[in-house]
Design a protein around this ligand. Sequence first.
Ligand code: ADP
Length: 543
Amino acid sequence: MRGLMQDRPLLISSLIEYANQYHGDVELVSRSVEGPIHRYTYADAYKRSKQVANALAGFGVREGDRIGTLAWNTYRHFELYYGISGMGAVLHTINPRLFPDQITYIANHAEDRFIFTDLTFVPLLEQIADKLTSVEGYVVMTDEANMPETSLPNAVCYETLIGKQSADFDWPKLDESAASSLCYTSGTTGNPKGVMYSHRSTVLHSFAVCTIDGIGMSSHEVVMPVVPMFHANAWGTIYAAAMCGAKMVFPGAGMDGPSIYQLLDEEKVSLTLAVPTVWLGLLQHLRAESNKKLPYMQRVVIGGSAAPQSMIEAFEKDYDVQVIHAWGMTEMSPLGTTGNMRAKHAGRPYDEQIAVKVKQGRALYGVDLKIVDDDGNELPRDGVAFGRLLVRGPWITNGYFKGEGGDVLDADSWFDTGDVATLDPDGYMQITDRSKDVIKSGGEWISSIDLENDAVGHPAVQEAAVIGVAHPKWDERPLLLVIKQDGADVSKEELLEYMAGKVAKWQVPDDVVFVDELPHTATGKLLKTKLRDEYEGYRLPTA
Ligand code: ADP
């Protein structure tokens, strides 16, 4: 027998419709690319997203066509999220931090028909435009007064283009499984691969983001996604915001400590999200100006890389801001787990709570997790055994765009995350490492993430990376690379002694190298492949 309930499709257009109807007066505030702070409301964004849809229809854009964006977090990018997907085309957010060759590859692979770009990226696009084989024209996201001279073919000004359009547009009644947006993984190995989201997966993911045990977005929050809209949909916040009517603050290109602080303070942001390197910048700024506090901020979501214990403690103890450690990946829309406490943790000593908070959290409803050994046998959820982390669920990829990478699911639809993790009896998952970064020493595995987290706990350490270096006896041994805090000093011996107090003796790195900078991927993660190449053949003192 079938249920007798309506089968209304879950569409992205329904999110902005709802925001307009029930939260039309709620503000969206942006640091614009041109400079000034821009304010308007969901009702304004709604009208303009329909103008975008009409403009695209005027270009002859049809359902399923890919439309690229190279843009910061601002109101115009927000309008594109809804205008492009809402009219049935596919929003392809391109990460401008990738190398020009990678951007060329991605735009050609996606067959983008038009690209919307912020002023910042016009010069970058001019360099590669003659290699972009499918692009018919460019829309520069600014007004006539700021429109640059450009060699980009068929370039038009965003405000002029949409200003001419009607704000009446009937969103098409799409199949909820239709493609809505496309995001390429940064591809630390091989070519970037496209993850193609659907309307359905996006709406279901938004429900999860709004749950209190998820990220807890609601109409009571002022939310600032610092995580870029070109990185895994700003972790789903753009869609979830419209679902719940949260006030949004868009930081534009200002990702440095002072710029972020200014918006947190002036706009009374209560919830914000970003990768650890961004929070490092904010904490440094706050420490340098010790009169500055975070009175409005209640929660900070840290993900993308492991949140070090010292960072969690700094937010919670020094600034009274609750940390939610989160894990996910582009292939998962991206949220998989969030590190909220369970009821039974309330009132426990902070030492016990922090041991839970450093873990990456518990699965959201909708995400199945398990860990397996190299033969695919499931491992116990005892918090000790670690193995390959597999996932499945309605907002997790089925396979990459155009079949790149072949079949990525096993017979039971499990997707291998490439991460190695433990699961504990309370359901908390902890990433031990990416499988390619784990250090294999004499048959035992050493977690590079654990060592990095311990190292940054030392007051003289600003950032740390640990890689495995070949060793004649142990196969591989850990090498610690460290950037010192400005003005601080520490010797190699002091640092190793500090580490010895934190981890088992056989896990202490064999050597320390002080460096001025560490390489990062386009999404802000340590670029370990580059470090391994650089230190290949490095002679450890123990070798
Ligand atoms: P990229 O395109 O850089 O691969 P993703 O965001 O898709 O970007 O990267 C996902 C990976 O990032 C995960 O598989 C995991 O290795 C890492 N990651 C994400 N969040 C965390 C976290 N909280 N702790 C540790 N690693 C994380």
